[in-house]
Design a protein around this ligand. Structure first.
Ligand code: ATP
Ligand code: MG
Length: 426
């Protein structure tokens, strides 16, 4: 038996930067994830699940040594067995690892996958920025076709629309491939070296100058106003890829904004890059984002395997829905609520709700021998349209009282036909 040696009787709270989802927000979160997954499932994506933690090196190599995620935000630890592991901060590197390990890339291409789960980043907690958060992600592997980039953007936009959101904007850019990047990188470095920067930023200019574009500080953003933009440096094939993505989006009726300064927090992106933003969220405005990552497979030891993907933030999407004043989705409740009066009726009601549930009718019952008034209150709270009130005398007579809670009408129904009767009603 364990004892509390310190005599410490304090209560516990969720760790800093995390929160619980309790009803009705819990159901709303499920509904958000379902809505994000629905367009993917109807587009032929397969579901994939990977562990919540991976070897630390996977993220160091796959996300990029100089990114904020790897330098500041990872939950890394050494296990009892001496393995260095990290709670996953993102989904693409693990999913690609799983594809390579399971040989999916040796079958028919492209491989289209989706996933949903918890992610962990040691961030400064603020509204919309948590240490544990939830994403739904999608990846297409094994094709360089710009139609795949466009498809993913359309599917994300359709998910936001299905949730009723009207304020999500699509920002689009191309970072170019190995054909365009070196020239742009050099031009950007030239420009940045001419600025008066702090030591850390100056170091970043030498290691990863594109990262500087992502610096959120306003003085840096001001200094970047006349920096060269990547889209001026695109090679003819990168340009053609980008133009195809843009025209496919337009033909699908998806509005987007060209944002030549868009860079994102991961090192692996090539060519198409996009972000979904919502203006009702303050500074944590990104509700999702993604891009093409044609070199990532090689970075983690795989063969050449182009890919494109996105991750949508479920937490911020729910906040965006609240900011738009949308009703929380997914709270359904039960259809029938049984109100037994007395012990014999309680045992019978237990059997009834079991049968109803097995017959596909959502049902619940009053517990704890509550009196009629308390039990009817519980029936109202349950959201049920019908209450089945039953006492010892009803049982003796072989009936139950079915009450329509919306109209107040009540009818005695024979116990034999009760389940069928309720099935027809709901
Ligand atoms: P940001 O610029 O806001 O830090 P990011 O570029 O780090 O976002 P991604 O890695 O692209 O985010 O993750 C995709 C989505 O996951 C984001 O658009 C956001 O909605 C969500 N997300 C990322 N980090 C967090 C977090 N710490 N808390 C809640 N949601 C997050
Ligand atoms: Mg971030």
């Amino acid at each position: 038996m364990t004892t509390n040696h310190s005599g410490d009787r304090r209560t516990f709270r969720a760790p800093k930067g995390t929160f619980d989802l309790v009803p009705p927000r819990g159901e709303a979160m499920l509904a958000v994830r379902d809505a994000m997954a629905a367009p993917l499932r109807s587009a032929g994506y397969g579901y994939v699940e990977t562990p919540s933690f991976e070897e630390t090196t996977l993220f160091a190599r796959g996300v990029g040594e100089s990114t904020d995620i790897v330098t500041k935000e990872m939950y890394s630890f050494t296990t009892r067995g001496g393995d260095d592991v990290t709670l996953r901060p993102e989904g693409t590197a693990p999913v690609l690892r799983a594809v390579l390990e399971n040989g999916l890339h040796r079958g028919a291409l492209p491989v289209k996958l989706w996933y949903s789960g918890s992610y962990y980043r040691y961030e400064r907690p603020q509204k919309g920025r948590y240490r544990h958060f939830s994403q739904v992600g999608a990846e297409i592997l094994g094709t360089e076709d710009p139609a795949s980039d466009a498809e993913l953007i359309v599917l994300a936009v359709d998910a936001y629309r299905a949730l009723g959101l009207t304020g999500v904007r699509v920002l689009l850019n191309s970072l170019g491939s190995h054909e365009s990047r070196p020239a742009y990188r050099a031009a950007l470095q030239d420009y940045l070296r001419g600025l008066d920067l702090d030591d850390e930023t100056a170091r970043r200019v030498e290691i990863n100058p594109l990262r500087v574009l992502d610096d959120k500080r306003s003085e840096i953003q001001k200094a970047l106003a006349s920096a060269p933009v990547v889209t001026d440096f695109l090679s003819p094939s990168d340009r053609a890829h980008h133009d195809t993505v843009r025209s496919l989006l337009t033909s699908a009726g998806v509005e987007f904004e060209d944002d030549p300064r868009l860079v994102r927090g991961l090192d692996y992106y090539t060519r198409t890059l996009f972000e979904f933003v919502h203006d009702g969220l303050g500074s944590q405005s990104a509700v999702g984002g993604g891009g093409r990552y044609d070199g990532l497979s090689e970075l983690i030891g795989g063969p050449a395997l182009p890919g494109v993907g996105w991750a949508l933030g479920a937490d911020r999407t729910l906040l965006a829905m609240e900011a738009e004043g949308l009703p929380l989705p997914g709270v359904t409740g039960v259809q029938v609520f049984a109100v037994p009066l007395g012990d014999e009726a309680a045992a019978w009601a237990f059997g009834l709700v079991t049968q109803l549930r097995r017959a596909g009718v959502a049902a619940d019952f009053a517990t704890g021998g509550r009196g009629l008034k308390g039990a009817m209150k519980a029936a109202d709270r349950s959201g049920a349209r019908y209450a089945v009130v039953v006492g010892e005398r009803d049982l003796a007579a072989g009936v139950a009282q079915v009450k329509d809670l919306a109209t107040g009408e009540q009818q005695a129904i024979s116990l034999n036909g009760l389940v069928t009767h309720l099935q027809r009603l709901v």
